[in-house]
Design a protein. Structure first.
Length: 252
């Protein structure tokens, strides 16, 4: 496989491992492995340094054994089950989201954003790093909507406090919108929308108001709903869905 395209005047420079990942062929970690065992050539010579500088569109990158210049772009949605880790490999041997793709014959795909092990619901996957970066960028990315079961029944004043937010470990955490969906005798389901992404944001925000999270399900990203997709299954996004999540103007 040979990769060479006409370069713009101000073509960006990338380390070799990053350049391979941007082609959608593999993760940077896997690219570093390929480079270390001598599978990758730049401008005709084997390069063993994953940080070797390359110029987009000018450097001729060859990977032995790969038939295509770049992997076809794929965009899909997964209904992530609870208990799976959002990573390619886990140092503690826990099951990962990639178990859901066993035998599917998909190209390398990376999660677009994250859901922690105890969370479930809508997770995007792609091998298009520019599209993925637009989705996860707080300034350009779509909002995310969650259904959250808590161990109490919040009153309207508390829901308003969740929207106003509070400081937690030096970060101002808030919900863009928090509403009561339904309640029982001891717990309730809330619908919480976020327009920013912070680590374990909902759990930390609720904990600050003495609410424990019993279940957390992401049900929508922007206008894309989880819908009736069965737990642990996936489907490709339609071209319209791909464009709606990250319009061409946002991806440059």
């Amino acid at each position: 496989m040979t990769v060479r395209k006409p370069a713009p005047v101000s073509a960006p420079r990338h380390g070799l491992a990053r350049a391979l990942s941007k082609l959608g062929l593999c993760s940077r970690t896997e690219a570093a492995r390929w480079i270390a065992i001598g599978r990758v050539r730049v401008d005709g010579r084997v390069v063993l340094d994953p940080e070797f500088p390359t110029i987009a569109g000018r450097s001729c990158i060859e990977v032995d054994g790969l038939a295509d210049a770049a992997a076809p772009r794929r965009y899909l949605m997964l209904n992530k089950p609870r208990g799976l880790v959002t990573t390619a490999a886990d140092e503690r041997g826990r099951d990962t989201i990639y178990r859901c793709f066993d035998g599917a014959g998909l190209p390398w795909l990376a999660p677009v954003g994250r859901l922690d092990k105890a969370s479930e619901g809508l997770l995007l996957m792609s091998n298009d790093p520019v599209w993925a970066a637009t989705i996860t960028d707080p300034a350009t990315g779509p909002s995310k909507t969650y259904h959250v079961q808590v161990d109490a029944i919040p009153d309207p004043a508390l829901l308003q406090q969740l929207e106003q937010g509070t400081s937690v470990e030096g970060e101002h955490l808030r919900a863009a919108r928090a509403t009561l969906l339904r309640s029982g005798a001891r717990n309730a389901w809330l619908e919480i929308t976020l327009d920013e992404g912070r680590n374990r944001q909902i759990r930390r925000l609720l904990e600050a108001y003495s609410l424990a999270t019993l279940r957390l399900v992401r049900v929508a990203i922007g206008e894309l709903p989880l819908g009736e997709l069965a737990k642990g299954t996936w489907r490709d996004l339609t071209p319209d869905e791909v464009r709606a999540l990250a319009p061409p103007s946002a991806t440059g």
